[in-house]
Design a protein around this ligand. Structure first.
Ligand code: B16
Ligand code: MG
Length: 217
């Protein structure tokens, strides 16, 4: 029996990845570090500081700046990002997500959010889907980022469900690993190059349906 579906946000519910990219690109350009959309793939599902360190690894290295300087760069990136996400409206839900959330609700399947983004609550509000969630993990209190299972385990605890009867939906390789380490089945949205370990791989959110998720268990 399918008890819960736990969603990643960025790349699954809405495409905030392009805003993360635009904000980081400004920082990387200022630091004269090469950074393009291909390299940006590595940042998906990775925490803010982890993302900065990956960018620095493509230049002077992650230890080239003091912790204080790195915090300042992260704050600046987040200020840029917060300006960009002001544009998000309910029309930015990825294809099929609104319908799937309604279908899950109608069938009493619990809905959780497993985003490591500290901006997730604001984005969920702007998308107009806050009321659909039975539980949303607070990224500020979940210590370890994906691929650690913590954010999914926090949902399992908050929703009071059995991980074996729950499915995680992710677009990042680290996210698929986190779902598996939480003892759940993983549905990947994306391509086989990065998500070959997913139990079900779909190329777009438009292909998601309750029946397909149920069939995974
Ligand atoms: P913030 P997810 C992740 O969201 C993004 O994929 C990742 O690129 C970002 O660095 C991270 O959130 C932290 O976001 O800077 O807003 O706290 O995929 O877990 O929904
Ligand atoms: Mg994601």
């Amino acid at each position: 029996m399918l008890e819960a579906v736990i969603f990643d946000l960025d790349g699954v519910i809405t495409d905030s990845a392009s805003y993360h990219y635009q904000a980081w690109k400004i920082i990387a350009d200022e630091l004269k570090i090469d950074f393009d959309e291909t390299y940006n793939e590595k940042l998906k599902g990775v925490s803010r500081m982890g993302s900065l360190e990956l960018i620095l690894d493509n230049g002077p290295g992650k230890d080239a700046f003091s912790q204080e300087e790195k915090e300042r760069l992260c704050t600046r990136k987040n200020d840029l990002y917060k300006e960009l996400i002001k544009q998000i409206t309910p029309s930015d839900l990825l294809p099929g997500i609104g319908e799937l959330l309604k279908e899950l609700k109608a069938n009493n399947v619990l809905i959780g959010l497993a985003s490591v983004s500290l901006n997730a609550p604001a984005i969920i509000n702007s998308l107009g889907i806050k009321d659909m969630f039975d539980y949303m993990a607070d990224a500020a209190v979940v210590k370890e980022s994906k691929p650690a299972p913590d954010i999914f385990l926090d949902n399992i605890k908050g929703l009071k469900v059995n991980p074996a009867n729950s499915i995680g939906v992710e677009d990042a390789e680290v996210g698929i690993e986190a779902i598996h380490r939480a003892g759940m089945k993983a549905c990947g949205i994306g391509s086989v190059e990065t998500l070959s370990k997913a139990d079900l791989l779909l190329s777009s959110t438009a292909e998601l349906s309750l029946d397909k998720l149920k069939a995974m268990l």
